[in-house]
Ligand binder design. Structure first.
Ligand code: ADP
Length: 285
């Protein structure tokens, strides 16, 4: 079997088009505040990319750049100002922060209705309880990919490899919300391949290059690769894509799979945040 390669770039472009259509129908365009601290070149590139896409879909780019020596208190007061500003729909604190700052404490200051990265305790709690709220971008992007690629989730066995707060844990909850039967594997799982071989849908977010090979995949499965690693041979994921493509029905490539959808979800969440704020936190987003 040679698997279908799921084109994350074109699926993400469709999501951005849908976001642009929604933005065009709104009385006021949503505003996305990206907060960048210091001059880390990789973070600057990520933020520039997010700002460009934000403008392309017709949203307001409300970027703030703070110096590397900003204090915890100054950053906290900047976040408080953004929380209070009605022009600001979404707030994104670009990580990592300089080492003298405490990122977890700062993230918690973001109003959960403006938490477009879905990383605050309140957002995690809303997801765990099945309440309306903003979901983390990477795992919700994975669900969008599966939906848009026509992959059925209800009643199927979904296996998530990885249990991080950023990806694995919310991924499992989002798949449960979609009526999949969900197993979660991690670094202490005995015989990982025996479990992943039972997956109809396999999502790999372990941060280990080529962790999943053909022997770990059920024939006909759908495999989503969240990992991204820079090697001498170029970029690769947590899945040995070429080998797995001989067994699976569909697989996401790296690059060009989950990555573009993650950024599209940030824009999607900003529109969702606008809706959430309009109805005082009771909307289904
Ligand atoms: P990410 O941000 O991509 O989720 P983390 O490094 O925060 O990455 O988390 C990695 C997750 O992958 C952890 O939950 C860990 O238990 C899991 N993991 C790491 N190595 C393996 C492995 N060899 N087999 C199964 N799970 C693994």
């Amino acid at each position: 079997m040679t698997a279908r390669l799921i084109d994350g770039r074109s699926l993400a472009a469709r999501v951005r088009d849908e976001v642009a259509t929604q933005v065009a129908s709104m009385a006021e365009p949503p505003g996305l505040a990206t907060l960048l601290v210091g001059d880390d070149p990789a973070s600057e590139i990520y933020v520039r990319n997010k700002r460009r896409l934000c403008t392309e879909v017709g949203m307001r780019d409300l970027h703030r750049h703070l110096p590397a020596d900003v204090t915890q208190a100054e950053l906290a007061s900047t976040i408080a100002g953004l929380n209070a500003d009605p022009a600001v729909t979404g707030i994104l604190l670009q990580l990592p922060l300089p080492s003298h700052l405490r990122p977890a404490d700062l993230l918690e200051l973001i109003d959960p209705d403006k938490d477009v990265d879905g990383l605050t305790e309140a957002s995690a709690g809303r997801l765990a309880l099945g309440k309306p709220g903003l979901r983390p971008c990477t795992p919700s992007g994975v669900v969008h990919i599966l939906d848009r690629a026509g992959v059925e989730l209800k009643g199927r066995h979904a296996v998530v490899v990885g249990r991080s707060n950023l990806v694995g844990k919310p991924q499992a909850q989002l798949l449960l919300e979609r009526d999949a039967t969900v197993s979660v594997c991690h670094r202490h799982t005995a015989d990982l391949a025996a479990i992943t071989r039972t997956a109809d849908v396999l999502v790999v977010a372990a941060g280990v290059p080529h962790l999943v090979g053909a022997d770990a995949v059920k024939p006909g499965a759908t495999v989503v690769d969240v990992g991204i690693h820079r090697t001498e041979a170029g970029l690769c994921g947590d899945v040995d894509t070429a080998a797995v493509a001989e067994v699976a029905a569909a697989v996401t490539p790296v690059p060009g799979g989950v990555g573009p959808m993650t950024i599209a979800m940030l824009l999607w969440n900003t529109v969702a945040a606008a809706r959430l704020q309009r109805v005082g936190g009771t909307a289904t987003v």
